[in-house]
Design a protein around this ligand. Structure first.
Ligand SMILES: O=C(O)CCC(=O)C(=O)O
Ligand SMILES: [Fe+2]
Length: 314
């Protein structure tokens, strides 16, 4: 029978220097990333009480009247709409969200209420960024790259972003909360309330990421898939809406700076006699196309841009 559970990795060895624990964790992560790019972590450095507080505050915000929420609408000029947005009515997705760049970013637009939201979201962001660096360094080693290669390649943290999401409850057949997709960035963390609905595709089967208090769901994104020439997979995932209850979650995107050139690394191509599976691209061009998928969803789903846009057909 297919294995239908999502593996959970304890990251405490990376904080207490337990060498054999680190080795075991890297083996499990390498397998999960090679298979389908998805796993969960515990003891990851983000305080569970802070995650719970951030979820509570986002819930209070999303429950406030529309005119209040719209006061936090995005300003002009940011690479992504920082602030409050709702999916357009004709979108297949049924959610609203509050997006922020790193705490110091001038693009950020915060609601005034609840008053603690800004501070708690900023603190949550800072913790997630640290864990992002840790997981990136683990993936670096799992891929067999030179020490700190990914950290140096991806040294500019200004394009990282975090989204608080609320999925509307459904009482009809429109179950979709967020359509099946892969993330465009390097690596994503998700934490969620107890409602559930996040699912990952493994060997053609949708597997639920059952909410577990304090854990972070990790998924590999397109940048790592392209750099590794498909050695590590960008996880295909989606969110199904539930009856009666709204679902709340946070997604943190450990991202890449927009001007970066992305292409399969020589270690995974010419050095091993393999053809590159993607042509190179400037990251911000890809991110802009993906944002257009969201703000102006094409009527035909086959016109949605995925990483296959850059795939070299053989
Ligand atoms: O809300 C979730 O659980 C997942 C969000 C997600 O996949 C995304 O924003 O890319
Ligand atoms: Fe995603």
């Amino acid at each position: 029978m297919a294995d239908t559970s999502i593996v959970t990795v304890d990251l405490s060895p990376f904080f207490n220097g337990d060498e054999s624990g680190m080795k075991d964790a890297k083996e499990v992560i390498t397998r999960a990333c090679s298979d389908y790019g998805f796993f969960q972590v515990v003891n990851h450095g983000v305080p569970p009480s802070l995650m719970a507080q951030a979820l509570d505050l986002s819930k209070t915000f999303f429950e406030s009247p529309n005119e209040e929420k719209l006061k936090a609408s995005p300003g002009e000029g940011a690479p992504l709409p920082a602030g409050y947005s709702k999916q357009p009515d004709h979108s297949a997705d049924n959610n609203e969200y509050l997006l922020m760049f790193p705490p110091a970013s001038s693009f950020n637009v915060y609601p005034n209420n609840p008053p603690e939201l800004k501070e708690v979201f900023e603190e949550t962001f800072s913790h997630l960024r640290k864990t992002g660096l840790l997981v990136e360094s683990i993936l670096n080693d799992c891929l067999g790259l030179p020490p700190n290669f990914l950290k140096e390649f991806n040294h500019d943290r200004s394009w990282d972003f975090m989204v608080a999401l609320r999925y509307f409850p459904t009482n009809d057949v429109r179950l979709n909360g967020l359509s099946a997709h892969e993330d465009g960035n390097c690596v994503t963390f998700v934490f969620q309330d107890d409602v559930g609905g996040l699912e990952v595709l493994k060997d053609g089967v949708w597997i639920p990421a059952i909410p577990t208090v304090g854990s972070l769901v990790v998924n590999v994104g397109d940048v790592i898939q392209v750099l590794s020439n498909n050695k590590f997979k960008s996880a295909t995932h989606r969110v199904i809406r539930q009856e009666v209850k709204s679902r709340h979650s946070f997604a943190y995107f450990h991202n890449l700076e927009g001007e970066k050139w992305v292409e399969p690394l020589p270690k995974f191509t010419e050095e091993i006699g393999e053809a590159a599976k993607y042509r190179g691209f400037v990251y911000k061009d890809y991110q802009a196309m993906r944002m257009r998928n969201k703000t102006h969803p094409p009527s035909d789903p086959k016109d949605i841009i995925h990483i296959t846009h850059y795939a070299i057909s053989t």
